[in-house]
Design a protein around this ligand. Structure first.
Ligand code: SAM
Length: 207
């Protein structure tokens, strides 16, 4: 994340954690999607860009072997003190410290929203590297009719048409499994999208 974005998150981390860092602030459909997806993943799971750590702690509470990583020290401090026993590390999703083939799943829930489109391949390539063949990826993002930046509360974010983001995932070696969208009117402040994908490379049983 650019240094100005990092500083902006650092300044507003406590406010973000108070208002958005709670599972009660997450749309029930998203809780269902992420929880059932995570339960289907074999092997450890990485919450990439874990922010205040509520998703990581929620999934750990479901018995899932999960860890969080985020680049904002204030988020990692908050997560460690709020959820003792849940592992969190400070680091960038653009250069993960994990060896190749570490995880069965990567959750990138609104953590790619600040990447310039020209820079989004970097974390996607990292996810492909740390995932085992056939590993699972779930990305949550701001949905838009056009790829364009907007003024997010913390720092500039991007809204993506689902098909364009799917192309980026495919270029990084993922097969698209399903896409979920939700209009702003149905309990979401902005149109929302989620893409479930799977890294190529594992033998998959035919249906
Ligand atoms: C909108 S917040 C989402 C946080 C959390 N996933 C959630 O659902 O509330 C975006 C998060 O992505 C993190 N992030 C963005 N770029 C990152 C990077 N390059 N490396 C690590 N974390 C990053 C930010 O620090 C922030 O915690």
């Amino acid at each position: 994340m650019p240094s100005d974005a990092l500083a902006a998150y650092g300044r507003r981390a406590a406010e973000y954690a108070e208002h958005l860092g709670l599972m009660s602030s997450v749309h029930p459909s998203d809780v269902h999607l992420v929880t059932t997806w995570a339960a289907s993943v074999e092997g450890p799971l990485l919450d990439a860009g874990s922010g205040p750590g509520h998703w990581t702690a929620h999934l750990a509470g479901q018995g899932i072997d999960v860890r969080g990583v985020d680049q904002v020290p204030a988020f990692i401090d908050h997560a460690r003190s709020t959820y003792p026993g849940v592992p969190f590390s400070l680091g960038s999703i653009d250069a993960l410290q994990d060896p190749a083939d570490t995880y069965g799943g990567v959750l990138a829930w609104y953590s790619l929203i600040h990447h310039e489109p020209s820079a989004i391949a970097r974390p996607l390539d990292e996810f492909a590297r740390v995932l085992r063949p056939g590993g699972h990826l779930l990305v949550g993002f701001f949905l838009g009719d056009a790829l364009e930046p907007f003024d997010h509360a913390v720092v500039t974010a991007w809204r993506w048409p689902a098909d364009l983001l799917a192309q980026e995932l495919e270029a990084a070696g993922f097969d698209l499994i399903e896409t979920h969208t939700r209009a702003a009117a149905s309990g979401t402040p902005r149109p929302h999208g989620a893409i479930v994908a799977r890294l190529k490379g594992a033998d998959q049983a035919p249906f």
